[in-house]
Structures are given as structure tokens and as C-alpha cells.
Design a protein around this ligand. Structure first.
Ligand SMILES: NC(=O)c1ccc[n+]([C@@H]2O[C@H](COP(=O)([O-])OP(=O)(O)OC[C@H]3O[C@@H](n4cnc5c(N)ncnc54)[C@H](O)[C@@H]3O)[C@@H](O)[C@H]2O)c1
Ligand SMILES: O=C(O)[C@H](O)COP(=O)(O)O
Length: 628
């Protein structure tokens, strides 16, 4: 007889005991002694020391016990009940009042502006969410300080170059932004800078205020008929293009990812980078700051521009090498520049660029209209609350988006997936050394129609969390798996079952490891378990090559035994003697009086003595105790 210790491994079962894993119920007999009452889908987070205790489904932060939630309504009611406490939301920059009102109705809102990096790190440790604009650097240190509690960073605007997305992902923190509400404001500001620069509005205004009347000095240039290059034909760039067309300009755009039909619809030609910059009279920048756009406008690119070009930047200061721009202004390659954004904000008071007489500047005002700020504030408040409430975020920056209908459909499978991962890793001898996992989804659906990212994340969570102190969710599951050298491959097999159900069964196989329960090892040497959802409840349906049928909740004892009368009673009595409540029992076997697998669900964890007694029942050949 083997116990749950790693040293007591027995060889895999003989092939006589190996019914087909794909259809265990056909070749196994089941005796379902008792069924448990199942908890509702508990979306309350199990997160440690976390006051807010939310379950962020879009991120799969935490799940609790086996559960069922087959409709969106079930899910939503579970979400709302999970946000009972008062989450703390730190707002570190000025946010529109309308958004603050929405946030205050939801939780405790702390507005603390102009925090030093140290002060931010100190505060963040007691916050569930952080809302920033472009002025707050959300660094790795911030995520480290917020570890375990900070669940979401909301960027009240578009650009997320001030947020360390890699660190956010590693710490499982969702980043959401408000990408649409300030588009028009930014485009209008771009046009304002374009026209103000062309007609020297700012310079002549300053001159008049200084008591001068310099009409000939401030002769401008006309815009009609001139070529404007839009660099980055996204939301803002397209709106600038529309407006520039209204000014009678010829507009071209460069954007490696922009669809040609959108450009055509606005009457804009998409051209190469070099073509755009070398033939244009005005160049307006609208691309994000990324590693590939960092200082993309530099000495080399300025040298390719038409002499006397005028540049507008309402995107990010970092896309321009500012020293090179000063040189280009001094040499006359660039006649004028109108800048709303700077590499360092605010720039130094003696910045040559800011002080340059041919440069018009504004202090990052692109998004600063009353309308845009109210809009952005509401957009980000809703996104952050949604994320804390477990809703799918349409503006997630560092997590795959899962459509609400997919989420609702997959809810019970999400629980099953985590339980299977959790069970599989506990069957590994010593629990460690897991490197290769294969997940097989059997489904009647076309493999293309089955989005398994959520399920894979939960299996990863189930496998990693019991053996490490990592915290896994949809945001960081793939990253953490990779970091730990865990390779999870997936296979989808089309089966002839109901296409109404997204998944028929999920099988988790771990290879190249020893098992503490030899019966879990298939002929191919892999630990294998399989489960399905029955009436919304996750069930374990196969262990190794043997069929079983137990609902997954509480704890589980798996025994391999000789199939003979009285086994259920013997084990049941031992557990009763130790005041351990049995929630269900199931016996699967291939044929009479040979070997069988008994699965016993227990509410409490049996002590060593009880487990030893089970182990000494002569007909029991091996057993393992597993925590779900
Ligand atoms: N000044 C402000 O207050 C203000 C306000 C809003 C937006 N912005 C900034 O403006 C920029 C654009 O915002 P958006 O809402 O239009 O974003 P967007 O994502 O809709 O558009 C950005 C576009 O840039 C394109 N792009 C990416 N790399 C490029 C490259 N190397 N060359 C050319 N194009 C490239 C993308 O394909 C995309 O179409 C962002 O940097 C944003 O932060 C500034
Ligand atoms: O990226 C943006 O949305 C703009 O740059 C606005 O930034 P702000 O919120 O700091 O005004």
C-alpha cells in the first residue's frame, strides 16, 4: 500500500485498468454516494491581506471554491456582492469632478497631488487602484510597493508611456486607459498650434504686450494648398487630418499600422516615413512614445526634411531629439515648431528649445478642455470601477480582452481549469519540477471559436500557486509561466457533443515528473487528469486512465483499491471516527472485483492518524490527499 508520501510510488496500473480517457463514463461504472451542495461562484478574492477582496474576472485575480455561474446575471450578482468593502482609490493628478463623483460613490477616494516618488510608494501600499495622468511616473518601485493590493492603474488619458507596463504585468496589475474622450481636444489643440504658429500668434501677442507694434516682423505663411504630413494616423491624427482638409491643405500620412480605407475615406494618402517628411511643409506628430519611436525625429531625419518645414507636436516630447531640433531650428531646416509636449515635463526654465524665438509652446494642454477632462474622468472612473468589480475592461492595456459573453459562458470552466491545475500539481512527487504541461480541450466547437486564454491562465494559476508564493491572474499568467520555465501547450479536439457548450472536457497532463499517486500516471508516463462541467458544476472525471466522477470542492482523497465489498464503509468509518465529514464518494472501476478508484470528498482535512488508518486498510493499494 502506498501513502501520499513521495517515497511510496507504485508503477502505473496494468493496461486492463485503462479505459479510454476521452470517454471515461462509457467504460467505467460509477457509484455516486453523496453529492455536495456547491457554493455559488465566489468572486470574492482570496487575495492575501487585501481589504477589497474583489475578483477581477477580466484578470482572473482569484477564484474561491467550486462554483457555478452559467449566466451573465449570475456572474454580475456575484461580482457586486464581492465588492462589499470600501476600496481605496488614489488619484494622484487633477481629475474632472464628474469622474471623482462616480468614484466616491464606489469607494474611498484619496486625492493626493504632487507626491514625490517616495510618497507615492508609501501611499500605494494601502490602495486598490491608482488613477494618474501624464505627470505621475508609475515605476516598478510603485508596483513593488503596491504588491498584493494594487489591482488596477487607470490612466486618465491615452499615453501610457509613464506607466511601466512590464512591471505592471509582472505584478499582475491591470492597466486601463481612457483612450477616446480627449481625442477631439488633442486634435483641436494640434490645429490651434498649427494656425498659431503659421500666423505667429503667440510671438506677436507677447510683442504687443511688451508695448511693440511689429507688423512686418510677424508676417506669417498661408496653410491653404500646403502639404501637411500626419505622422501617426490614429485617433488624433485622423481628426487633425479632417480639420486640416477643411483648411484647404493637402494631407498625407505615415502610419505602418493604419488601414488604407480609413485614410481614403478622409482623402489622405498613406505614404512612407521618408516620403512624408521630405515633401511636406508642415509635419504634425501623433504617434505614441515607444522604444521604436523614441527620438525618431533626430539629426538624420531633420536632414531629410524640406528646408523651412514647420513641426507640430501634441504627441509626446520623447519622439523628438530636442537638441537636434534646436540645431535644425538654428540652421533653418525647421522654420518653426509648435510644441505641447516635452521630453522632461516641465522642461527646465532655461530650455533652449522653449526659449527659441521660432518655437511656440504650451504646457501639455492638448487634453485640457473642460469637456475632454470631464469625459476622460468619467471614462477612467468607469474603467477602474469596472475592473475592481470584475467586469471585462474594454480599455485594458496589458491584458487580453475577453468579451462578456465569452466570460459568462466560460465561468464554470474557469473554476474547473484552476481546480484541475491545482490537482495535477499536487499529484507530482514533491510538487516541483513541473516544466511541461499539455492541456487538451475537447469541444464540439470549431477550435477557432474557442478562446482558451482565460482557461490557460487559470490552469497556470492552479499549477503555480500551490508551489510558490506567486500571485497569478490573466495579466501575468503567461509571463510567470515563462519565468518559471513552465511550458503550457494547448490542443483543441473537436468532438461530437453539443456545440451549445463551449467545452466538453479539459485534460491536464504533466510530463517528465514522478507522481505520488501512480494511478494518475497514464501508459505514456504522464500524469493526467480530466474534468468537465456538469450542470454548471466542475467535476473530476478521469484520473490517469481510470474514470471517476466527483464534483470538485473541499478536499479530496483518491484511493486505488481492490474492488471488494465494504470499502466505502471502512474508509467512511475511519473518517467518521476522526470527525471528518464526507461530502461525496465516487467509485470508478473497469470490471467487477478488480481494481477501482475511490474518490472521497471531505469537508475537513483528515489528520495524519486518520490518513495512516486509511493507508492500512489491506485492500487499499495507494492513496493521496489533495487540497482543492
Ligand atoms: N498633448 C496631449 O495632451 C495629448 C492628448 C491626447 C493624445 N496625446 C498623444 O497623442 C498620441 C496619439 O494619440 P491617439 O489617441 O491618436 O493614439 P492612437 O493609438 O489612436 O494613434 C497612434 C497611432 O500611431 C501609430 N503609430 C505607432 N507607431 C508609429 C510609427 N513608428 N510611425 C507612425 N505611426 C505610428 C499607430 O499605428 C496609431 O495609429 C499619443 O502619444 C497620445 O499620448 C497627447
Ligand atoms: O496622452 C494623453 O492622453 C494626453 O497626453 C493627456 O495627458 P494629460 O492627462 O496629462 O493631460
Amino acid at each position: 500500500m502506498a501513502s501520499s508520501s513521495a517515497s511510496s510510488i507504485k508503477p502505473p496500473l496494468p493496461s486492463a485498468l485503462t479505459p479510454s480517457s476521452s470517454s471515461p463514463s462509457k467504460s467505467s461504472a460509477f457509484c455516486l454516494v453523496n453529492t455536495a451542495s456547491f457554493n455559488k461562484l465566489k468572486l470574492i478574492s482570496l487575495s492575501r491581506s487585501h481589504a477589497q477582496r474583489s475578483f477581477l474576472v477580466s484578470n482572473v485575480l482569484k477564484t474561491a471554491d467550486a462554483s457555478s455561474a452559467s449566466t451573465t446575471k449570475d456572474l454580475e450578482s456575484s461580482f457586486s456582492s464581492s465588492v462589499g468593502t470600501n476600496p481605496t482609490i488614489l488619484v494622484s493628478e487633477k481629475l474632472g469632478e464628474a469622474g471623482l463623483r462616480v468614484l466616491r460613490e464606489f469607494g474611498h477616494v484619496e486625492c493626493a497631488y504632487d507626491l514625490s516618488p517616495e510618497e507615492l510608494c508609501l501611499k500605494i501600499a494601502s490602495c486598490d487602484a491608482l488613477i494618474v495622468r501624464s505627470g505621475t511616473k508609475v515605476t516598478r518601485q510603485v508596483f513593488e510597493a503596491g504588491k498584493g493590493r494594487l489591482k488596477v492603474v487607470g490612466r486618465a488619458g491615452v499615453g501610457i508611456d509613464n506607466v511601466d507596463l512590464q512591471a505592471a504585468t509582472e505584478f499582475g496589475c491591470l492597466v486601463v486607459n481612457a483612450p477616446t474622450a480627449n481625442t477631439i481636444a488633442a486634435a483641436e489643440h494640434g490645429i490651434a498650434l498649427l494656425t498659431a504658429m503659421a500666423r505667429n500668434v503667440a510671438q506677436s501677442d507677447a510683442s504687443m504686450k511688451a508695448g511693440k507694434w511689429q507688423r512686418s516682423k510677424y508676417v506669417g505663411v498661408s496653410m491653404v494648398g500646403k502639404t501637411l504630413a500626419i505622422m501617426g494616423f490614429g485617433k488624433v491624427g485622423s481628426e487633425v487630418a479632417r480639420r486640416a482638409k477643411g483648411l484647404g491643405m493637402h494631407v498625407v500620412a505615415h502610419d505602418p499600422y493604419a488601414p488604407a480605407d480609413r485614410a481614403r475615406a478622409i482623402g489622405v494618402d498613406l505614404v512612407s516615413f521618408d516620403e512624408a517628411i521630405s515633401n511636406s511643409d508642415f509635419i504634425s506628430l501623433h504617434m505614441p512614445l515607444t522604444s521604436s519611436t523614441d527620438k525618431i525625429f533626430n539629426d538624420d531625419t531633420f536632414a531629410k526634411m524640406k528646408k523651412g518645414v514647420r513641426i507640430i507636436n501634441v504627441a509626446r516630447g520623447g519622439v523628438i531629439d530636442e537638441d537636434a531640433l534646436v540645431r535644425a531650428l538654428d540652421s533653418g531646416i525647421v522654420a518653426q515648431a509648435a510644441l505641447d509636449v516635452f521630453t522632461e515635463e516641465p522642461p527646465s526654465k532655461d530650455s533652449k528649445l522653449v526659449q527659441h524665438e521660432n518655437v511656440t509652446v504650451t504646457p501639455h494642454l492638448g487634453a485640457s478642455t473642460k469637456e475632454a477632462q470631464e469625459g476622460v474622468a468619467i471614462e477612467i472612473a468607469e474603467a477602474v470601477i469596472g475592473a475592481l468589480n470584475g467586469e471585462v475592461s474594454a480599455t485594458a492595456v496589458n491584458a487580453p480582452m475577453v468579451a462578456p459573453e465569452v466570460l459568462s459562458e466560460l465561468a464554470p470552466y474557469v473554476v474547473l481549469a484552476e481546480k484541475l491545475g491545482r490537482l495535477a500539481v499536487q499529484l507530482v512527487s514533491g510538487g516541483s519540477g513541473v516544466k511541461t504541461v499539455k492541456v487538451t480541450y475537447r469541444s464540439a466547437r470549431d477550435p477557432e471559436d474557442l478562446d482558451t486564454r482565460l482557461l490557460r491562465a487559470m490552469i497556470t494559476k492552479g499549477i503555480i500557486e500551490p508551489i510558490s508564493n506567486s500571485y497569478i491572474n490573466l495579466v501575468n499568467a503567461d509571463f510567470t509561466a515563462k519565468q518559471k520555465g513552465l511550458r503550457i501547450s494547448e490542443e483543441r479536439i473537436v468532438v461530437d457533443s453539443s456545440p451549445e457548450l463551449p467545452v466538453d472536457s479539459i485534460q491536464v497532463q504533466i510530463s517528465n515528473v514522478d507522481s505520488k499517486f501512480a494511478s494518475a500516471v497514464k501508459e505514456n508516463g504522464e500524469i493526467s487528469i480530466e474534468g468537465r462541467v456538469k450542470f454548471g458544476i466542475p467535476h473530476l472525471t478521469c484520473v490517469g486512465s481510470l474514470g471517476t466522477d466527483v464534483s470538485l470542492e473541499g478536499n479530496l482523497i483518491l484511493c486505488r483499491q481492490q474492488d471488494q465489498p465494504g470499502m466505502i464503509g471502512k474508509v467512511g468509518n475511519i473518517l467518521a471516527e476522526h470527525n471528518v465529514n464526507v461530502s461525496f464518494m465516487s467509485v470508478g472501476r473497469t470490471s467487477r472485483r478488480k481494481q477501482a478508484i475511490m474518490a472521497i470528498g471531505v469537508d475537513e482535512e483528515p489528520n495524519k492518524e486518520a490518513l495512516n488508518k486509511i493507508g492500512s486498510v489491506p485492500a487499499i493499494e495507494e492513496f493521496v490527499f489533495l487540497k482543492l
